[in-house]
Write a protein that binds this ligand. Sequence first.
Ligand code: MG
Length: 405
Amino acid sequence: MSGDDRRGVSGHGGATHPAFPLAPYASHESQSRGRRHPEPAPKYRGEYQRDRDRIVHSTAFRRLVYKTQVFVNHEGDLYRTRLTHSLEVAQIGRSVSRTLGLNETLCEAICLAHDLGHTPFGHAGQDALNECLREHGGFEHNLQSLRVVDELEERYAEFPGLNLTFECREGILKHCSARNARGLGALGQRFLESRQPSLEAQLANVADEIAYNNHDVDDGLRAGLVSCRDLARVALFRRHYETVQGLYPDLQDRRVIHEVVRRMIDEVVTDLIETTRARLAEAAPADAEAVRALAHPLIGLSERIAAEHLELKRFLNEHVYRHFRVVRMTTKAQRVVRELYRAYFDDVRLLPDEHRAAAQRLEASQGVAGRARAVADYIAGMTDRYAIVEHGRLYDPAVPQGPES
Ligand code: MG
């Protein structure tokens, strides 16, 4: 069958459902650039299935349940964590992949892995860590996600990390500074040459934005940071809010919100599919390499919906992410991260054995920047609550020392 990703080598892996054949411009496993450490092909799975399964089994993936997007994990059980966010991103990515004839499994794997390198406390934690490492190469969460899957996971006898395929790693490295790209070989090349990643990677990126813009509306309303009346200033929300109110005048608030968010996601995803389909028809890339050679991404929203989506994002920025209750929380979170970093960097004896060994090893090869990197790896791997507890152990004499890690 042409147009599927059946792997020639094993004859088993990567078979797609006959009802969902892959388009020529999709990522076909037979064209994969493979893994950094060569491995025999899996017997009953495709290579991208193996990627996805390794991601799901990883320690970093499990920790996502205790890491936050906007709200600190212990402040409420109802808000999205990075795990539920990643699942929502994957759900959007999978639906759209199928419709467009893209490789659903690869897209799912990228979506599930895209936030593995995130620090505790969302963007606040990342900004704080980046600031701490200013003199030592900085901290980029996309690069850290790659570091997690390439180096930091310790699960396999034969290699460090998860040894994922090139295409999965390409998708995980969503952004990268030119300085860091230069050290990444083939994977960094596209940031220096303004080339594109695969369609599955482009899709994971847009699915991420759609997921968080919409669930942050839901979480922001639930937390009482904004009201439906505030949100009605945003065209995308207003349109569906008015429709839902017109159709169901007596519906209780919670169901109104969910109905509106559901309709917003549906409209944006539908637009994404139709806009992308038209762009694909026009560009008619012969294969995934032709997609990569283009100057602009093919996956995207129409001008109108992109503008409305941006309006929503700006609204959330101003009224949710900068709400004093969120700022109060993020300021506290940044202080925790900064003080953890300061304590460990100044005295590596405070690190648990394996992290101290990593700090000494990296310092021996890279100088103080190596020590800083090992400290950042340790902090970035922490969950929100672990960071808070550990901060107490380091700074508050009243907090019991507790068991190691
Ligand atoms: Mg994300």
